[in-house]
Design a protein around this ligand. Structure first.
Ligand SMILES: [Zn+2]
Ligand SMILES: [Zn+2]
Length: 389
């Protein structure tokens, strides 16, 4: 459309800063008789003189000009043309006689007006729009990707099958190994420190001193500092078409949304800020002696085919405990057997059956030289031993 001489009605502004403006442009119509392109306001074909009937469609295109002349604007806004009931010619609403045959208007009805969506020109556009709207289906996955997934899936299935598949194999026990440990603690006098209000009961104070425990923030005047902030700065406007109205007389009303465009700008300003100074708060730090159970050397016994035994922990049962007393914190027993499969020189180490550590009872059955039926997974891991035939 012609950019020059655009006359706009005063825009309505909303809270978002968006304004709506309107302008009147002249449309065109194509003669159904000779196909000539006529100005919208022309009542008859300027080429062959054929009348502009009700079926003739008005449209806008890039040649449409904005109407700025006051008299022409009056005509555009006067209303739709009326259709002559005798000759089908259309006459402007201001005319009481048919501009084609001269008959009186009598009951000649008005031509319909219509609303057009943004971008629509008024010409038959349905075909071209449809093809543009055809949704695109997602492209098929490339062949190598499909193949890759397939191979991984197959490997996964094979691994699952191997790991789930179990088979029984005869084994012979070749070695026994047990370890029994006791974790201990000793009752001792230790020196600790704590703030006076946190010293535990039973502590014997050794010494104390004043120390800074925390700080207090004291308001101490004001200072001027630079503060960064962002500001929205309007850098222009974007005009977007918001639909048209075919006025039914060869002219169109075109609506535009005028949307302001902003940029965020970083700026600096001087601001007053409260200053604070730190003031120390003192408290009494106490050094004291107290009795505690502290970790002491772990004691252990080891053996092979002999009966597993617990070491002597040396624990005493004094109540209340005395300095130098020992106590048990935890008992840990570990059993391991070694075995070899029938007809194989390779030794396997067995610490767990069905993911649980070997128990004392199991260990005592799995003596060196005894033979068992063991269950292995398809991957060759020992799973279990059949203690009952
Ligand atoms: Zn014509
Ligand atoms: Zn007429």
């Amino acid at each position: 459309m012609n950019e020059n001489g655009k006359k706009r009605s005063a825009g309505k502004s909303s809270d978002s800063g968006i304004r709506i403006i309107e302008e009147i442009v002249e449309g065109f119509w194509d003669c159904p008789n000779c196909n000539a392109k006529n100005r919208g306001s022309a009542q008859q074909c300027e080429s062959c003189g054929a009348i502009r009937s009700e079926n003739v469609k008005f449209y806008v295109d890039e040649d449409s000009e904005v109407i700025s002349d006051e008299a022409e604007l009056e005509k555009a806004k006067a209303g739709p043309d009326w259709v002559c009931p005798f000759c089908s010619n259309m006459s402007p609403s201001s005319s009481t006689k048919c501009t084609g045959c001269g008959s009186d208007r009598s009951d000649g009805k008005n031509r319909a007006t219509r609303e057009l969506a943004a971008g629509e020109t008024g010409k038959d556009e349905k075909k071209s729009q449809k093809s543009a709207e055809t949704p695109k289906s997602a492209p098929p996955a490339p062949l190598w990707l499909k193949g890759g997934c397939g191979i991984f899936a197959l490997l996964f299935v094979i691994l699952m099958a191997l790991s789930c598949h179990e088979k029984a194999v005869k084994i012979e026990i070749t070695a026994n190994q047990w370890v029994r440990q006791i974790e201990r603690a000793e009752y001792k006098t230790v020196r600790e420190n704590a703030w006076a209000n946190e010293v535990p009961a039973g502590a014997r104070k050794f010494s104390s001193e004043r120390q800074v425990r925390s700080h207090k923030e004291i308001p101490d005047g004001f200072e001027e500092v630079n503060e960064e902030y962002t500001e929205k700065v309007k850098i222009g406007e974007k005009q977007v078409e918001d639909g048209k109205v075919d006025l039914g007389n060869g002219r169109f009303k075109v609506k535009y949304k005028v949307v302001p465009e902003y940029r965020e700008e970083k700026k600096t300003r001087r601001v007053k800020r409260q200053k604070f100074r730190k003031e120390p708060i003192y408290d009494e730090m106490v050094l004291y002696d107290i009795e505690r159970w502290v970790p002491f050397a772990t004691i252990e016994l080891k053996g092979t085919t002999d009966e597993p035994r617990w070491p002597d922990s040396g624990a005493s049962n004094n109540a209340p405990p005395q300095i130098g007393d020992l106590t048990e914190k935890a008992r840990i027993e570990t059993y391991v057997v070694k075995a070899k499969k029938d007809g194989s020189p390779e030794e396997i180490e067995i610490k767990k059956l069905r993911d649980k550590p070997l128990t004392h009872e199991q260990f005592m059955k799995l003596r060196v030289g005894t033979k068992w039926e063991a269950i292995f997974s398809g991957l060759g891991d020992l799973r279990d031993i059949k203690f009952q035939p």
